[in-house]
Design a protein around this ligand. Sequence first.
Ligand code: XMP
Length: 514
Amino acid sequence: MKRETVIVLDFGGQYNQLVARRVRECKVYCEIYSYKTPIEKIKAMAPKGIILTGGPNSCYEPDSPTYSKELFELGIPILGLCYGAQLMQLILGGEVAKAPVREYGKTEVMVSADSPLFQNVSPRTVCWMSHFDYIAKTAPGFEITAHTADCPVAAAENRVKELYAIQFHPEVLHTQEGTKMISNFVYRVCRCAGDWSMDSFVEESIRAIRGKVGDGKVLCALSGGVDSSVAAVLLSKAVGNQLTCVFVDHGLLRKDEGDEVAQVFGPSGSYKLNFIRVNAQERFYAKLKGVEEPEKKRKIIGEEFIRVFEEEAKKIGAVDFLVQGTIYPDVVESGLGGESAVIKSHHNVGGLPDYVDFKEIIEPLRDLFKDEVRKAGLELGIPENLVYRQPFPGPGLGIRIIGEVNAEKIKIVQDADAIYREEIAKAGLDRSIGQYFAALTNMRSVGVMGDERTYDYAVALRAVNTVDFMTAEVAEIPWEVLQKVSSRIVNEVGHVNRVMYDITSKPPGTIEFE
Ligand code: XMP
């Protein structure tokens, strides 16, 4: 049976993944495609609806992203957002021009007509605007359904043709009733049934994996992170002990994390998979000795990881399938899905081992967003502390220690980070902050403890909130919590005499501190 799908045509805006996530939150499956996707392909997919995203260009410039008029004649409901709305109007005979007043931020929108899109939405509703162009004149057949103080066309529609244009961004949470509008579009306009849910995903996936794998052998690199854990458990539910998981402990994990992973997935845990833990700490430390440059450290860790994994794989011999924990944002960001620039080449430890003898790759989470992976994890009975584990970079603490990495520094940053995490959890902030961790600066300075002069390291604490990990804001942690963490770290962790809180956003900083 074909899955009911709404597609997002990506014109390069920054919220594109959010659009798809919001649609999926309405229990409708959604995929992102570039605006360059040929119309034949779209027809073949027979989506229930199409959403055109925002984008950084002016649609009336000659080289700006566009689409053929035919798209609007397919009889498929279309919702254009911001750039997508303007483009729809321009293509269908309306006028788009530079706005006399640029709107940016939370803006009150007045809904002026009865529209399926605005059912149960307040007549005055706060929406997120971000545009310098505006729809100066709507295309023939369109009725204006909302405006703002500065923008005569905040929304317009041709209800007969099921074409909807809105100038603001319903996908952004600052648009207070945005989810309602998206839900109205998928249910009232596209007439979706809403059959996308994690329990059906898990069931369907298990069935599909069984069909594909048969009695074949499957190998999985397990890092203990959310994605690889969920992928492994999904596979183990599907094919039991045909699955072997190799967990390479590179000695750069958070405090006690290696043991925790072994406890959940090893023989004492509840899964029936074959679990191999490789204690490769010394190998990694030896390779990292004397290396200070962050990119070099990343490369060394990545390559060594592959070597260790290959050696283990060789011992197992030929396998039929290799499992990868690729998730949907990886697919989109690596340029295969939408139109967003390839910001980072994906740098998960593990990459793709060149010399492992396997026939095919299985990527069971390829269609899921992170929050969906978590839901699938809970559905599969994976412990909550593992499912809600924070994002942790593949190269681990190797890139949270400035300068040379060595066992002493790793111990310091592990201990400091464990205290930080404990206090954040005690303060009830662990689910509300996007990502937080301790890093070890390479700076030592003079301090005094008791009557003694000290010359010790400074630990940096970092905490950020982020929607897409491409940009991030510093989280405002209550002063008392920071003070408590600081005094505990200085008192309990050897060789640390200062604690600093990093208040840099991304950009100009990055989320990690390397
Ligand atoms: P940056 O530091 O680039 O981080 O702002 C953005 C997000 O990516 C994570 N990150 C990584 N994740 N392998 C990963 O799996 C890596 O090499 C890596 N480097 C950074 C980082 O933790 C943050 O969530």
